[in-house]
Design a protein. Structure first.
Length: 101
C-alpha cells in the first residue's frame, strides 16, 4: 500500500484496511473512486423493492460528504486538480442559484 494514501485527510487505519481489501492501494486509486463506491447506493426499479448496494466503507462510520471530501483531497494529492479548483467547486456549490459565481 502506498504511504501517501495515509496522508489523505479523513482516512483512518480502519479505512486503509477496507481499501486494501478492495484493491485501493494508492492515492490515484482513491482519487478514481466515486462516492457511491465508498458509501454504497440504492437502486430502484419499477415494480420491485429498492436494492441497497453496499460501499467499501461502513455507512455508520462514513457519511456521503466525508467520502466525497476524501476523494476530492486524494485528487488534489494526486495532482488531478488543484486546491484552487477544489475551492472554486465548493464556492459554486454554495452560491445561490440566481447569483453568478
Amino acid at each position: 500500500m502506498d504511504d501517501a494514501l495515509k496522508t489523505v485527510p479523513g482516512v483512518t487505519s480502519k479505512m486503509l484496511v477496507k481499501f486494501g481489501e478492495n484493491d485501493i492501494k494508492t492515492v490515484e486509486d482513491l482519487a478514481g473512486c466515486a462516492t457511491d463506491d465508498l458509501v454504497g447506493w440504492t437502486e430502484r426499479k419499477e415494480g420491485s423493492e429498492p436494492t441497497k448496494h453496499p460501499g467499501i466503507l461502513d455507512p455508520n462510520e462514513t457519511s456521503r460528504d466525508d467520502a466525497e471530501n476524501m476523494i476530492m483531497q486524494a485528487r488534489v494529492i494526486a495532482g488531478w486538480i488543484t486546491e484552487a479548483d477544489l475551492v472554486k467547486k465548493t464556492e459554486e456549490a454554495e452560491a445561490p442559484e440566481d447569483q453568478p459565481v
